[in-house]
Design a protein around this ligand. Sequence first.
Ligand SMILES: Nc1ncnc2c1ncn2[C@@H]1O[C@H](COP(=O)(O)OP(=O)(O)OP(=O)(O)O)[C@@H](O)[C@H]1O
Ligand SMILES: [Mg+2]
Length: 352
Amino acid sequence: MPIYAVWNNKGGVGKSYLTFQIAAEYARVHPEKKVLVVDLCPQANSSSMLLGGMQLGEANLNRIHLGQPRLTISGYIEDRIFSPYVNPRTGSRYALPIHDYNYPIPRNLFLVVGDEQLEIQASRVSAATAPGPQDAWRIVHTWISDLIQDVVSAWNGQDHTVFIDCNPSFSIYTELALSASDRLIVPFSADGSSKRAVRAVLALIYGVTRQPGQQQSEFYLNSQRFRMSSPTLYMYVGNRLTQYNQTSGAAFKSVVNEIGEEIFAVWQANPGLFCVHPAGAPVPTSKRPFKAMFQYEVNDANSASVVSGTLGVPISALVSGRRMVLGKEVMVNQSQLDKQVPNIRSLVAAIE
Ligand SMILES: Nc1ncnc2c1ncn2[C@@H]1O[C@H](COP(=O)(O)OP(=O)(O)OP(=O)(O)O)[C@@H](O)[C@H]1O
Ligand SMILES: [Mg+2]
């Protein structure tokens, strides 16, 4: 079953927010499947939202971080630093049932909790790629696949889908996430630097450099050397689009269209990097079907988005009305929900 990495090396584009919303909605509409979120970002933002948001979620995070054993991604990474080249098969203990911590999250969603310790472990993970067996780099880059495999084995092969929230930096833990995933969801924001980021992602993962002769990433070179597959491009999500008024709405639209042109140019030059979906769908032959398959949009729902993230209630489970947020009463309007909920639903409907 598919493993989706949510990544863009541009920061703050909504990777964690969308991981939270997409995974929760996907779990809601697929009660027959198990959904696993792996938080491979030391900021642990998606974990915090899934575990209940700014108060409950942070308290849950602290409790889990202080637990013995430390049932977080760092606990697992520690197992692997101890046994880098022989799989200790400890992964399944790290997938926590999130409904037990935060009831609006469906029962079929499990989380490997993010942990700031990842930052401190990174140098030891990198160190493990150099010595040892000849293919040490390859083995270390299967650690997260091993983790997922352990969890899935404990589920006795039940249908499942995995989402991995990534850190923006192209650090060792992001490399591990990308090696473990087979499809990529790339959120972007409506600004000029997102256009640049489209090319940066291509260069880092697939070695498609901006200028000929440009230096290629170690990740790309080693993935080639060890014949490891890289995730295919599954969707680009223009996120946090605002429709305040016609002028700003039109400005956002034109920036998104410009980035859409960039993505379409990438497709024309490298169609093999993309994952045509759903399975069996015809390969797009022009811009319109290409956009329908690969480009999605999620609006900013203003205070509804803030309430959703702060309380850890997925936006599609949020009802309009007054909510208490950090001791203050906040009004969630149906019109705000209507801005974003349909976007999340159609995006999730496109995820196999
Ligand atoms: N569609 C949206 N509507 C409203 N707010 C949003 C939306 N998407 C993201 N946000 C908010 O924007 C901010 C940045 O989002 P987020 O933390 O998910 O980005 P990120 O890409 O994960 O960042 P980083 O690169 O630091 O990991 C957060 O406060 C988040 O709640
Ligand atoms: Mg994030």
